[in-house]
Design a protein around this ligand. Structure first.
Ligand code: NAP
Length: 536
């Protein structure tokens, strides 16, 4: 039996983005519904339950800012909250604002087909049990929600327990006495490895390329820190975040250059930034740290020395130091004792650059050196970032063109919000969007506010279609690429440019022009009566 429901707006995903959209849609006279593929809300913080799963944005900067009451009543304890705390917060907010009433759970949208005659989208799940008609669709599907699995032969032959970090569940919780493999050494794996290493188990880390990780600096929030996000001070600080480069309290130092400092000053600066919390060294140092190859080399060498000083075995230490890219040219993993994990007798590092994996076997993983036997294999192998969530849905726009086809040679989307030919479609954190490099909740709020404003503007005009203009889209794709061309980051393979997948063209998917510039573009659209769109 198919049930069909009709709404003005369908929001896909009940993570932070979808929940914020629900809250804002309440203030309109539009009918709306949110659909969520999971059994409950929370998105990233519902799914990612692996040990050590912790924020790398400062908690206080990560909370919703739309309700003073919520901000004032909620009590945070950790500078960087752990997953259960974040999920509890999201649930608290959901109760307070009755978000669950607006969500259909366990509905996995697989098709979204444009109906030109009716100017609306028909959306359905895999077996067609649930069908929705919506005039507008907000894809709140998350930038890092589609896992990537390594393509090694025989993966299904493995007889033990295996799973991706995003699918960690209670079956993985008791690792006592087990032989555990973690594949990958990105931000996720680094958190998992650090915690699993402390357990009474044997841990083998399969590393292809190491990454540069810096200390997270977690701890209890002081009363003084908490007070900065209460009452009027909170709103002032949210405004500052709104005007900052990426929604963080860390801002690049734009005056002068790191290389102008004396060697003593350089050392003192790096020592301070290395140990300061969060992305202090990545986003809070001189911009040339990640823009200028010479500066980047000095900073990378400083961090390499830190790794050498923290890892007892010099051979292992060298293997943990990246040789194929400099510090900060990928999103920087934050760690809490990661390097010291390799000083434990129960942890071994398998260097896949020396002994690559040849296949999986029923008992474990075979490398060019030998067969390693395991009870549990965990994939910390990352995500088909930004684009994956859209590739996983059959989205067919005007003229029967599928989004997959439209993006085959590279993503095209005006403001990273809306692709031409896919009317009434909005992607508040889609590829090429200004929110891609942001402390997500901050840009979610800004971008979703804009989306709803745009929908209301179309409604007021009596328009039924909002379609990004092809020429505006081309200009924006060009703008994102031009900014990217100035970045050392775009020279390194990572999920920022789709090069962690085996099928995406090399295209920098994040807008690196900064939140304020992106916001100006959004405001410009409002002021020019949405001139980048055809409203018909
Ligand atoms: P990732 O950064 O893409 O790292 C994936 C890792 O898997 C890399 O070490 C990669 O090695 C390895 N890998 C991939 N395919 C492999 C293969 N076939 N064989 C062996 N190794 C393979 O993914 P992630 O660690 O999940 O992190 C993604 C993003 O999630 C982060 O950058 C961050 O934005 C977010 N995140 C945030 C937090 C937080 O808020 N605290 C925590 C975790 C993650 P290569 O480098 O050789 O490809």
């Amino acid at each position: 039996m198919t049930t069909q429901k009709k709404y003005d707006v369908l929001v896909i995903g009940a993570g932070l983005n979808g929940l914020y959209a629900i809250q804002k849609l309440k203030d309109t006279n539009l009918s709306y519904r949110c659909v969520e593929r999971n059994a409950d809300l929370g998105g990233t913080w519902y799914k990612n339950r692996y040990p050590g799963c912790t924020l790398d944005s400062e908690t206080l900067t990560y909370q919703f800012s739309f309700s003073n009451e919520l901000v004032d009543e909620y009590s945070w304890e950790r500078r960087f909250s752990i997953q259960p705390e974040l999920l509890e917060y999201i649930n608290h907010a959901a109760e307070k604002f009755d978000w669950r009433d607006h969500i259909d759970f366990d509905v996995h949208i697989k098709n979204s087909i444009w109906d030109e005659e009716e100017s609306c989208w028909t959306l359905s799940d895999e077996n067609g049990e649930n069908e929705y008609k919506a005039r507008y669709v907000i894809f709140a599907t998350g930038p890092l929600s589609e896992p990537l699995y390594p393509d090694y032969p025989g993966r299904d032959d493995f007889e033990g327990l295996q799973g991706h970090s995003i699918n960690w569940d209670e079956r993985f919780d008791d690792l006592t006495g087990k032989r555990v493999a973690v594949i990958g050494t990105g931000a996720t794996a680094i958190q998992i490895i650090t915690e699993v290493a402390k357990k009474d188990c044997q841990l083998s880390v399969f590393q292809r390329n190491p990454d540069w990780a810096t200390p997270l600096g977690n701890g209890q929030l002081t009363d003084e820190e908490k007070a900065r996000y209460k009452g009027e001070a909170a709103q002032e600080n949210f405004t500052k975040l709104h005007n900052s480069f990426a929604g963080f309290e860390h801002n690049f130092i734009m005056e002068g250059s790191f290389l102008e400092l004396s060697p003593e000053e350089q050392k003192a600066h790096l020592e301070e930034k290395y140990y300061a919390p969060g992305f202090s060294l990545w986003l809070g140092s001189y911009a040339d740290v990640i823009m200028d190859p010479e500066t980047n080399k000095v900073v990378s060498e400083f961090i390499a020395d830190k790794v050498r000083s923290r890892v007892d075995d010099p051979v292992i230490a060298e293997k943990l130091i990246p040789k194929n890219h400099g510090f900060g040219l990928k999103r920087v993993p934050q760690e809490s004792g990661y390097y010291e994990s390799y000083n434990r007798p129960n942890v071994e590092l398998v260097d896949l650059l020396e002994t690559p994996i040849t296949r999986f076997t029923p008992k474990g993983i075979e490398t060019t050196e030998k067969e390693h036997e395991f009870d549990v294999i965990v994939y910390g192998t990352g995500f088909n970032a930004f684009v994956g969530p859209f590739e996983s849905i059959n989205i067919v726009g005007k003229g029967g063109v599928s989004l997959k086809e439209y993006w085959e040679d590279g993503v095209k989307s005006y403001l990273g919000m809306s692709p031409h030919g896919f009317p009434n479609t909005f992607m508040p954190l889609g590829p090429l969007n200004g929110g891609t490099l942001c402390n997500f909740p901050r840009c979610i709020e800004t971008n979703t506010d804009w989306v709803i404003k745009c929908i209301l503007a179309a409604e007021e005009k009596g328009c039924t279609q909002i379609n990004a203009r092809k020429e505006s889209e081309a200009e924006w794709v060009n703008t994102v690429a031009e900014v990217a061309s100035t970045l050392l980051m775009s020279t390194v393979d990572s999920w920022f440019n789709g090069q962690n997948t085996d099928h995406r063209p090399n295209q920098f998917l994040a807008y690196f022009g900064g939140s304020p510039n992106y916001q100006l573009r959004l405001e410009d659209e409002v002021e020019t009566d949405y001139s980048g769109f055809e409203m018909t």
